[in-house]
Ligand binder design. Structure first.
Ligand SMILES: [Zn+2]
Length: 312
């Protein structure tokens, strides 16, 4: 991993936005306040404005963004922008969804709304609904693709529809939440005993992070609040009452290319060897890396299929 140790002495705060306040937050997984810094990185969307810190919880080992600016503290600001990587990420997610036990079984999706995702799953017999807090957050093309939607808080949904869902799919959403245990508990309530949770998160064990470190696209600071290794995600799910049925990683060429570009920008003052720069930024090297990652399971996305434990 290329660690930005030269940045570790820099205060984790805004460079130019001094008016913003920052808040120390507890671990989103266990609530502990004990943590040690592991890396610092620029925000992906605002590279010149702020440097953020990622710390490791001393209790459960999860990496999380801390401190966070006040406009991100509540976790209320969710971004569902149509990022270029959305479609391949959701294709990876859909590939892990098993056929429905009966035509018309309910599948509830958390994360970006993608037309190809709903069309693909509807063809396989799923009744696909998108979760949003407010109706205005559902894009028009989701409706045109005959996708459904449910609104309101997760607590309300669990209260009124326990044990209704056959599958829950999650992409680009879970790791952005400030508190995870309650979400896992509510998903447990919503699913049928034989239901499945299909969860996609960025993978810190993947080649992208190991190669580019703080320049990796998957960090997306400060919007991604939690950063998972398999070794921290699996225990979190197990403690919340989930049994891991299957796990698989998927590489992302786009993320490797964007991470390489950011890494190259950060290396201008260090003048790395030309061959190292070539290997780190060449598209052919990335394509080879993706082929290799498929073989050894070091892709940039980790997809986990889990089942409520009482179903055994
Ligand atoms: Zn923790």
């Amino acid at each position: 991993m290329i660690a930005p140790f030269h940045q570790m002495t820099t205060w984790s705060g805004p460079r130019s936005c001094r008016a913003n306040s920052w808040h120390e937050v507890p671990c989103p997984a266990c609530g502990s306040q004990e943590a040690e810094p592991v890396l610092q990185a620029c925000g992906w969307q605002e590279a010149a404005a702020r440097i953020y810190a990622v710390v490791q919880c001393q209790t459960c080992g999860v990496w999380y963004t801390n401190p966070v600016p006040d406009d991100q503290c509540s976790g209320a600001q969710q971004r569902y922008s149509p990022l270029p990587e959305t479609a391949p990420a959701l294709a990876a997610l859909a590939a892990e969804v098993a056929p429905p036990p009966a035509r018309g079984s309910w599948l509830l999706h958390f994360g970006p709304a993608d037309v190809s995702f709903v069309e693909r799953l509807r063809r396989r017999g799923w009744r696909v609904a998108l979760w949003r807090e407010h109706p205005c957050e559902v894009p028009p093309d989701w409706w045109l693709a005959e996708g459904l939607a449910v609104f309101g808080s997760l607590e309300q949904l669990a209260q009124h529809c326990p044990g209704v869902l056959t599958t829950i799919t999650v992409a680009d959403w879970f790791e952005r939440q400030p508190r995870l245990a309650e979400i896992l508990r509510l998903w447990h309530v919503l699913l049928k005993p034989s239901g499945r949770l299909v969860l996609l998160v960025p993978n810190l064990d993947g080649t992208g992070f190991r190669k580019y470190g703080s320049c990796w696209r998957g960090l997306d600071l400060p919007f991604r609040r939690v950063h998972f290794h398999a070794s921290t995600l699996y225990p979190l799910l197990a403690q919340a009452g989930w049994r891991i049925c299957r796990a698989r990683t998927y590489p992302s060429l786009l993320w490797l290319q964007e991470s390489a570009w950011r890494w190259r920008q950060s290396q201008t003052s260090k003048s790395p060897n030309w061959w190292r720069r070539l290997v780190a930024t060449s598209t052919w090297a990335h394509i080879f890396s993706i082929w290799f990652n498929r073989l050894c399971g070091r892709g940039d996305w980790l997809v986990v299929v889990a089942q409520p434990q009482h179903a055994s």
